[in-house]
Ligand binder design. Sequence first.
Ligand SMILES: NC(=O)c1ccc[n+]([C@@H]2O[C@H](COP(=O)([O-])OP(=O)(O)OC[C@H]3O[C@@H](n4cnc5c(N)ncnc54)[C@H](O)[C@@H]3O)[C@@H](O)[C@H]2O)c1
Length: 283
Amino acid sequence: VPEVLAGTEETTTGVIRLRAMEKDGALRFPIVAVNDADTKHMFDNRYGTGQSTLDGVIRATNVLLAGSRIVVAGYGYCGKGVASRARGMGAQVYVTEINPLRALEAVMDGFRVLTMEEAAREGDIFITVTGNRDVLRKEHFAAMKDGAILANSGHFDIEIDLQALAEMTGGERQREVRPFVQEYLVPEGAGGKRVLVIAEGRLVNLGAAEGHPAAVMDMSFANQALSAEWVVRNGSSLEPKVYNVPAEIDREIARLKLDTMNVEIDRLTPAQEEYLSSWTVGT
Ligand SMILES: NC(=O)c1ccc[n+]([C@@H]2O[C@H](COP(=O)([O-])OP(=O)(O)OC[C@H]3O[C@@H](n4cnc5c(N)ncnc54)[C@H](O)[C@@H]3O)[C@@H](O)[C@H]2O)c1
């Protein structure tokens, strides 16, 4: 630790943990919260996870999304990406949340928001993207339809309580029906159905597909590289806290990305610049 200048953190869950460490005085060196940069979470989490998660589900199962009922648990950046892309593929999309603001956003984005208890009965495909544990658990498995497909694209293999599912199936009644797809046979007494779990409940986009395309990870890794440079330049003045990626780095990455896409944008005229920063006109 004494030799570590600083760290940079890529993921939502990692940043949450590191902020908790800072609060408890357990953080020993400065961290830059790469995940929280706009050019990271608004793009990698939303468009990257949105596409690669569905890619994982499709590759593993070859399920037809059009007309299917997809339940997305969590309407953060990842959830928004998954939900909007699933809708684009013709699925009926349901959203579950625990945060009223995010739930309201999902309602006004046109999704049906409901509890997991209700959604469990209706869904054909369930995708968790919450960063939380036990989002799908025993009572939900008991309510699901025969052939329900479960996938996680949030964090670790605890979003789906697989231990409870294994206990319901008596441990033995499992088989791999396709590569990366495990079928759990829930006996009659516990609901009598097949439940299909993709990629052992681990991140479906990494386990059953190829992760995000490079064309979106480039922005995340540009944040990593430029934050590392910023840390080296400013390291001696930093404390063991979680720092945001400086706004000028975020803006520069957006500018560079637009450049690579041959997209030009307008520039403020001097009069516009003055108007936007004044209080004496237009008030
Ligand atoms: N698969 C990938 O490649 C990939 C990429 C980026 C992030 N992630 C991970 O995905 C997870 C979500 O990331 P994010 O950026 O969308 O985070 P976020 O914090 O923006 O969103 C998570 C949402 O889940 C909700 N939530 C929490 N518990 C819930 C529950 N029990 N039921 C329903 N909703 C619940 C929260 O209210 C929040 O709105 C994190 O663990 C992150 O590390 C995965």
